[in-house]
Ligand binder design. Structure first.
Ligand SMILES: Nc1nc2c(c(=O)[nH]1)N[C@H]1C(S)=C(S)[C@@H](COP(=O)(O)O)O[C@H]1N2
Ligand SMILES: [Mo]
Length: 327
């Protein structure tokens, strides 16, 4: 992000997509596009015409069963078009542009394991089956706000972080949690310029343990009714919707309970721009732009996205205000 915050013309997504059928029947909407692609849509990239991915290419996922959590069923805005969300990503392990979805397909998630260690009574290493059996999956539709001021609304499938806390039982010395993303320089090569090795990979993020225990804090293993596509952080990622998007580390391999605040990826790169706390706060500008407004992804051209006011804690103050003395 440090390199690409100013919108560049070659990052624009000019698409001609029928909007919001997805809102009512996301699954059927996706299936109806399989094989058809998005007719006529093109992505101008560095002057050459590139085809937009077909839904089939994007839907390299398995359906997941989950119960809708009624508390998070109405985000107050339409759900973002699934294909737009799946082709406009931040995932620096695969490059610094938003167009990394194809490169991310090189990640192999079959024998995935997530290690939970540190200051806990019951350290554990979970594979994906363990996770799905042990934790009841629910669907939560959350607003999502990137520090770069784009925003979306997506239906996540997963389980609350506090369910994991109950399973591993942190000790009283555990004050912080570090989350580490998968990193293997043969697969997650990083941006070509500057070279990936200059970035502090593996990507890590952190929370205070009280933040992790908050009802909103969530591990997603799916999105739009199916497992996560790689570009969204398969097979498991963090979702902390009251914070800027960079706090939601993707493709988690390690969760460690610590006594002190860990260093984190963006904060280490640029501490004045990316705070450890990183709550969505409209009246606290980024050093290079205002955070008072945000642009909702889609439908259509990136520069025609709908602008709406940013809400304190991304509108989740009733859940998290108490954590920051503002409940
Ligand atoms: N491992 C890892 N996790 C990451 C990132 C990243 O570059 N690497 N980018 C973050 C940022 S800046 C945002 S806005 C969100 C984007 O999530 P999405 O691509 O699924 O919309 O992922 C976050 N998690
Ligand atoms: Mo972001």
């Amino acid at each position: 992000m440090a390199f690409v915050h100013l919108p560049k013309p070659w990052q624009s997504l000019e698409r001609d997509i029928t909007p919001e059928s997805a809102f009512f029947n996301r699954r059927r909407f996706l299936k109806s596009l399989v094989g058809v692609g998005i007719a006529g849509a093109t992505l101008p990239l560095l002057g050459c015409q590139k085809a937009v991915p077909t839904a089939e290419e994007l839907a390299n996922t398995e359906d997941l069963e989950a119960t809708q959590n009624a508390v998070f069923a109405d985000p107050g805005r339409p759900i973002t078009n699934e294909i737009l969300a799946a082709t406009y990503n931040n995932f620096y392990e695969y490059g610094s542009s938003k167009n990394i979805w194809k490169k991310a397909q090189s990640l192999q998630t079959d024998d995935w394991k997530v290690e939970v260690s540190g200051l806990v009574k019951n350290p554990a290493t979970y594979d994906l089956d363990d996770l799905r059996k042990k934790f009841t999956l629910e669907e939560r539709i959350y607003r999502f706000r990137c520090v770069e001021a784009w925003a979306m609304v997506v239906p996540w499938l997963g389980f609350p972080m506090n369910a994991l806390l109950r399973a591993v039982e942190p000790t009283s010395n555990a004050k912080f949690v570090r989350f580490t993303s998968y990193f293997d320089p043969r697969i997650t090569k990083g941006p070509s310029f500057p070279p990936g090795q200059f970035l502090p990979f593996p990507y890590t993020e952190g929370l205070r343990i009280e933040e992790m225990a908050n009802d909103l804090a969530f591990f997603a293993v799916g999105i739009y009714g199916h497992t996560l596509p790689n570009q969204h952080g398969a097979p498991m990622r963090m979702v902390v919707p009251w914070k800027y998007g960079f706090k939601g580390a993707k493709s988690l391999v390690k969760i460690e309970f610590l006594a002190t605040q860990p260093a984190t990826f963006w904060n280490a790169l640029s501490p004045n721009e990316y705070k450890f706390e990183a709550n969505v706060e409209p009246d606290v500008p980024h050093i290079r732009w205002s955070q008072e407004k945000e642009r909702l992804i889609g439908p259509g051209n990136q520069f025609a996205w709908q602008e709406v006011p940013t809400q304190i804690y991304n509108g989740y103050g009733e859940f998290v205000g108490g954590l920051y003395g503002k409940g």
